[in-house]
Design a protein around this ligand. Structure first.
Ligand code: FPP
Length: 247
């Protein structure tokens, strides 16, 4: 197993096109230091900036961050509003950087459930970055995969299509992620080893990387370890290894 200091990412090697990240452990990070949970989220949003920068530098084409799940609405009102405030600050403070760096910003999830000021910021950021040509930064907001798939099915049925015309491609294009590459790598921090309703359809062939590191401690070096681990995986998409004898 690789550890910190083994900085051997082959940047000429296989770099995942699309990385999805379940940013978990903000609350535990704060609680273990006797700090309010929101401090963990605040520190977590600093990590978002760092990981976006690194992703840009190494040529990742798309990164999807699980920032707020449909289930997160059940958290105490004060925590939800602080998370919204952090999101607002992130969008306001980072917008010019996103534009300058050629990043395309988009969201997945039921963003119409978010406070109006956030919806407006999302709309502005999406529009102002739409013609950019660089990396795509996707924020999963008020998102859950089952909810997304259910909405997709409703769209398909409403279009009046016949059952025999339903294909995997049609389902894929009815999802919020329409047009994005499928994720090659899903990272989850904080020791939990499950997908928790994140990109379930899209992750059919994704490599999964779980680390005990809490999101506020997930720095560039930890990200490199995840990418190195990915480079060591053999991806077969259900077929035989390239080296195997097909006889
Ligand atoms: C999980 O930690 C994290 C979240 C619910 C929110 C993630 C939000 C951020 C990183 C900050 C804002 C995001 C952006 C895009 C600026 P948890 O609270 O579930 O941690 P716990 O499991 O330790 O309680």
């Amino acid at each position: 197993m690789l550890s910190r200091g083994d900085n051997k990412l082959d940047i000429h090697g296989r770099i995942p096109s699309h990385v999805g990240i379940i940013m978990d452990g903000n609350g535990r990070w704060a609680e273990s230091r006797g700090l309010p949970r929101i401090e963990g989220h605040r520190r977590g949003s600093e990590r978002v900036k760092e990981i976006v920068e690194v992703s840009l530098d190494i040529g990742i084409k798309c990164i999807t961050l699980y920032a707020f799940s449909t289930e997160n609405w059940q958290r105490p009102k004060s925590e939800v509003s602080m998370l919204m405030k952090l999101l607002e600050l992130y969008l306001k403070n980072e917008l010019s950087k996103l534009v300058k760096k050629g990043i395309v910003f988009r969201t997945i999830g039921e963003t119409w459930r978010l406070p109006e000021n956030i919806q407006k910021l999302i709309k502005d950021t999406t529009e102002m970055t739409a013609s950019n040509k660089g990396m795509t930064l996707v924020a999963a907001l008020s998102y859950s995969s089952r909810n997304e798939i259910t909405r997709g099915i409703k769209k398909i049925i409403a279009s009046g299509i016949k059952p025999e015309e339903v294909t995997e491609d049609l389902v894929t294009s009815s999802l919020d992620t329409d047009g994005l590459p499928q994720p090659d790598l899903i990272i989850r921090t904080s020791g939990e080893r499950r997908l928790s309703n994140f990109l379930l359809w899209q992750s059919a062939y994704a490599e999964l990387y779980f680390t005990d590191v809490l999101w506020p401690d997930f720095d560039k070096e930890e990200f490199m370890l995840a990418l190195q681990d990915f480079q060591g995986r053999e991806r077969r998409f259900g077929s035989l290894p390239v080296s195997s004898n097909a006889s």
